[in-house]
Design a protein around this ligand. Structure first.
Ligand code: ZN
Ligand code: ZN
Ligand code: FE
Length: 757
C-alpha cells in the first residue's frame, strides 16, 4: 500500500543542487511527489511503498550534495495523494530569501575532469563551475541568490549554457555562475600599468613569467594574490621587500599532496583538511632540507600550505612548479585588493604583471587559515570557504549586530538560532579596513535580511568600532568587555548555558577598571561575569610600543621582580638593550608616565622571549610568543609559581616566574629549555588554579579562549590535564581563539541582555 511522507529540510539546501539531487533520489526509488524551495529550506513529498520510503530517508542525508549542510529533517506521515510523477516545483518570487547561502567552494572533481578533457567544450576554461562548486558568497550582491543578483549578471548565457541551466537532470541546473568560453568571463595578462598584452594563452604565459622570477598579481576568488615561484630565492626576497612584509610567513600553493610532501610534513588530519571542499591554508611543519626559498617563512618551523581551489589555480599549477607563493594582494595590513583598477593602483609597485579577468568580486574574502591541534582542525583565520556558514546557537535569540574588537576584526549578526560571523576583515587601525567592515555589515545585513535591534561593541573607548557605534543613531548600543566576549564566544560555539570557569588568555583587552587585561579567569554566563583571578599588574612602558618591543616588557617584569638595582649589574643580558633607553623606561614606570598597567598573559610570553634572548622586537602580532613556542624543548622541569588571595580574587604572580627565568638566563640555560619550563609552568599553574576555582564556585566546566590558546602546546596539555582532573573542557574550533571571535561573544551577550529586559 502506498504511503506519503512530507519532509521538511533546513540548512544550506538552496543553490547547492539539492532539488535535482532529491529528484534523482526519488526516481531511483520509484517514488512520486515533488520537491520545492520554501522560506526555511526545502519541502519534499514522496509517495510509494514503505521500504522504498525508508531507503529514501536513509540515503538522503548520506548522499546529500557536497555543498549542502542539513541542520534539521522533520517528517510527517500522510495518507496517499496518488501522485503520478515526481516533479521539481519552481520557486515562487521571494521564497528563497530566508535560505542560507553557501560559501565559495573548490572546483569539484567532475568539473576538473572536464577542465582537462580536450573533447569538452570547457577544455581549459578558467571559470568552469557547477551546482556543486564555484563562487557563491563573493559574487552575490543581494538575495534571492539568482544570476541577476550576482556579478555574473553582465554575462548572458549562450544556448548551450542556458540548456544546462534549465535541465533538472544537468549538473548545472540553476548553477548561477554557469559560463563557458563562448559566453562567460575571460582572463587576460596585463603589464603593471594595466595594458592588455594580448596574449593568446594568458595562463601559460603567466607560468613562464613566474618561472623567470616575475611577481604576478593574480585576480582570484575573494581577492588578489601576489604570486612568485616559491623556489626562486631572489624573487621571494623581492616580493617580501616590495610588499613591506618583514617576517610574516608567506602562504604556499602546490598542485597536489605529493608535491606538498616534498617540502612539508603532513599527517592524516592535515591531508583531510587540505583536501576538504573549503581548501584552507593549513599550518604544517617544514620538511628538513626542503628547497623552498628561506625567505618564505624565515625564523619559522612551519609553512602555511594549500591546494588549488579555482580552475585558474589548477591551470596555473598544471605547469611544473613545486610550489607558488600565494600571499594576499595587499600592502602590509590593508585589506586585500579586489577591483582591477584598485589592484593596479595599489599593487602596481609590487607586481611585474597582472593576470586579470572581467568577473567582479563583490565581497573580499581572504584565504582561511587553520591548523590541527589535539587531532582537530582549529581556525586561525576564518574566511573563504567557511563564511557565511553560521554558528548554530543553543536557542533562537533576538537580532543583534556586533562589531568585534580591533585586531583580526570580524562582525557578527544573529538571526533565530544562528550567529553569522563574517569573513576576516583585518586590523581596524586604518580607514580602509573600517570601510571594509562597513561594507561587510551592509552586505551581510542584506543577504541575511537581519534587522538588528542592538549594536554591540567593545568597551575600549578609542577603538574605531566604538567610534562607529557612537556616531550612529539608528540603534541602541551596548559595550561588552573583551574577555567576557572571548569566553562567551566559546560557550556559544559549544552551546553552553550555565556558569563556566572561563580562561581568557590573550595579549590585550580593555578592562572594566581601565587597565589592560589579558590574563583573566572569569566566572561567566552568557550575560554577565565575575573576575575571579588575573595576573598581577605590571606597567607596559611606552604603551603600544611595549607590544611591538618585547624587550621593554622584559625590563618591566625585571623591574617589578627585582627593583631598579638589578639593572646596575654589568650583565650580558642588558648589553643587548640600550642602557640609556632602559633608564628612560625605569623613569617612565616610576612616575607612571605612558605606562598603562597590564595583567596580560601574552606579554608574559614576550618578556620571557626577550630575556631568553629570542626576540627583542617583533614584526607582526604575537611573533615573540610564536617563536617562543617553536623553540620549546619538552621538559619535566618547571618554575615555582605563586598566587595569593586578595579580597574576592586570586592574584597570579608573574614576578615569581620571572625571578627564575632571569636566573636561568644569566646562568646560561638554553632558550629551548627556558621555553619548555615556562610553558609547563603555565600548564601546571592554570590547572591548579582552575581546579581550586571550580571547587570554590561549584563549577565543572572550563572554557578556554584568547590568542594564547593558539599555542598548541598550551592548548593540548592544559586541556589534557584539566580533563584528567575530572573537569569538562571546551576549546575553540569553529571560530578562532584569537580576537576574530570577539564579535560572536559580543553578539550573544547583547542578545541575552535584550532578552533579559
Ligand atoms: Zn563542479
Ligand atoms: Zn556558455
Ligand atoms: Fe583578545
Amino acid at each position: 500500500m502506498a504511503l506519503r511522507l512530507r519532509v521538511h529540510i533546513q540548512g544550506i539546501v538552496q543553490g547547492v543542487g539539492f532539488r535535482p539531487f532529491i529528484y534523482q533520489l526519488a526516481h531511483h526509488h520509484r517514488l512520486n511527489g515533488y520537491v520545492a524551495n520554501t522560506p526555511k529550506g526545502v519541502e519534499i513529498e514522496v509517495e510509494g511503498d514503505r521500504k522504498a520510503l525508508q531507503h529514501f530517508l536513509k540515503e538522503l542525508p548520506e548522499l546529500t550534495p557536497p555543498l549542502a549542510i542539513i541542520t534539521q529533517i522533520d517528517t510527517e506521515e500522510l495518507p496517499a495523494a496518488d501522485y503520478n510523477r515526481f516533479e521539481i516545483k519552481s520557486s515562487e518570487q521571494g521564497e528563497e530569501r530566508a535560505a542560507l547561502i553557501s560559501p565559495d567552494t573548490t572546483t569539484c572533481t567532475d568539473c576538473l575532469r572536464e577542465l582537462f578533457d580536450q573533447q569538452d567544450r570547457r577544455y581549459l576554461y578558467p571559470f568552469i563551475n557547477c551546482t556543486n562548486c564555484g563562487p557563491r558568497y563573493t559574487i552575490i550582491n543581494d538575495i534571492p541568490y539568482d544570476r541577476p543578483k550576482t556579478s555574473m549578471a553582465v554575462f548572458t548565457m549562450c544556448d548551450d549554457c542556458e540548456r544546462e541551466y534549465h535541465n533538472p537532470l544537468d549538473r548545472r541546473f540553476h548553477a548561477q555562475p554557469n559560463a563557458c568560453w563562448v559566453c562567460g568571463p575571460q582572463v587576460y595578462l596585463a603589464d603593471s600599468a594595466g595594458k592588455d598584452l594580448g596574449s593568446e594563452d594568458a595562463i601559460s604565459e603567466t607560468a613562464s613569467l613566474l618561472n623567470q622570477g616575475a611577481i604576478i598579481a593574480l585576480k582570484g576568488l575573494g581577492g588578489f594574490h601576489l604570486a612568485v615561484d616559491a623556489t626562486h630565492d631572489e624573487a621571494v626576497e623581492r616580493l617580501r621587500w616590495r610588499k613591506g612584509r618583514e617576517e610574516k610567513p608567506l602562504a604556499l600553493m602546490s598542485s597536489s599532496l605529493e608535491q606538498i610532501e616534498r617540502y612539508a610534513l603532513i599527517g592524516e588530519e592535515e591531508r583531510q583538511l587540505l583536501t576538504s571542499p573549503q581548501r584552507p591554508i593549513v599550518i604544517v611543519p617544514k620538511r628538513p632540507g626542503n628547497v623552498i626559498a628561506p625567505e618564505v617563512a624565515p625564523r619559522n618551523r612551519y609553512f602555511g600550505v594549500m591546494l588549488p581551489y579555482t580552475p585558474l589555480h589548477h591551470l596555473l599549477l598544471s605547469h611544473p612548479f613545486l610550489a607558488l607563493v600565494m600571499t594576499s594582494g595587499n600592502i602590509s595590513e590593508e585589506p586585500i585588493a579586489i577591483d582591477n583598477h584598485e589592484a593596479l593602483e595599489r599593487l602596481g609597485n609590487i607586481a611585474d604583471y597582472f593576470l586579470l579577468h572581467n568577473r567582479d568580486i563583490l565581497l573580499r574574502s581572504d584565504d582561511s587559515v587553520l591548523r590541527i591541534a589535539e587531532g582537530r582542525p582549529r581556525q586561525i583565520r576564518r574566511s573563504r570557504g567557511y563564511v557565511p556558514v553560521p554558528i548554530f546557537l543553543r536557542k533562537p535569540v533576538p537580532e543583534v549586530l556586533a562589531l568585534g574588537g580591533e585586531l583580526k576584526g570580524t562582525i557578527c549578526l544573529t538571526k533565530e538560532n544562528r550567529a553569522f560571523v563574517g569573513q576576516h576583515i583585518g586590523d581596524l587601525e586604518n580607514l580602509e579596513t573600517l570601510e571594509f567592515l562597513e561594507q561587510t555589515v551592509d552586505h551581510l545585513r542584506r543577504i541575511l535580511e537581519v534587522s538588528p535591534r542592538l549594536l554591540v561593541h567593545d568597551l575600549h573607548p578609542d577603538y574605531l568600532t566604538t567610534q562607529v557605534a557612537e556616531a550612529q543613531e539608528e540603534l541602541p548600543t551596548l559595550a561588552v568587555q573583551h574577555h567576557h566576549a572571548h569566553v562567551v564566544s566559546c560557550m556559544a560555539e559549544h552551546g553552553l548555558k550555565d556558569k563556566v570557569l572561563g580562561l581568557a588568555l590573550d595579549g590585550t583587552g580593555f578592562g572594566a577598571d581601565g587597565t589592560v587585561w589579558g590574563g583573566e579567569i572569569l566566572v561567566s554566563d552568557e550575560s554577565s561575569y565575575e573576575r575571579v583571578a588575573h595576573f598581577e599588574y605590571v606597567p607596559m612602558p611606552g604603551g603600544a610600543k611595549a607590544i611591538k618591543e618585547p624587550w621593554r616588557m622584559a625590563v618591566a617584569y625585571l623591574w617589578a621582580t627585582f627593583g631598579e638595582d638589578i639593572f646596575q649589574d654589568e650583565l650580558q643580558l642588558f648589553e643587548r638593550w640600550d642602557r640609556h633607553q632602559i633608564g628612560v623606561l625605569l623613569q617612565m614606570m616610576q612616575r607612571g608616565v605612558n605606562s598603562p598597567l597590564t595583567s596580560s598573559c601574552g606579554r608574559l610570553f614576550d618578556g620571557v622571549a626577550a630575556i631568553a634572548g629570542l626576540k627583542d622586537r617583533i614584526a607582526y602580532e604575537g611573533q615573540a610568543a610564536i617563536e617562543l613556542e617553536q623553540w620549546l624543548e619538552p621538559t619535566t622541569e618547571k618554575y615555582q609559581y605563586e598566587y595569593k588571595e586578595d579580597e574576592e580574587k586570586l592574584l597570579l604572580s608573574p614576578t615569581a616566574i620571572f625571578r627564575q627565568v632571569y636566573e636561568d638566563a644569566v646562568s646560561g640555560v638554553a632558550p629551548e629549555l627556558i621555553s619548555g619550563k615556562f610553558h609547563l609552568t603555565l600548564v601546571e599553574m592554570f590547572t591548579e588554579v582552575s581546579l581550586y576555582l571550580c571547587q570554590l564556585h561549584g563549577l565543572d566546566k572550563v572554557v578556554c579562549s584568547g590568542g594564547v590558546f593558539q599555542n598548541v602546546f598550551l592548548l593540548e596539555n592544559l586541556e589534557a590535564r584539566l580533563r584528567k582532573s575530572g573537569l569538562d573542557v571546551y576549546t575553540p574550533q569553529l571560530i578562532p581563539a584569537n580576537d576574530a571571535c570577539i564579535s560572536l561573544g559580543q553578539a550573544v551577550v547583547g542578545a541575552m541582555r535584550l532578552e533579559e529586559q
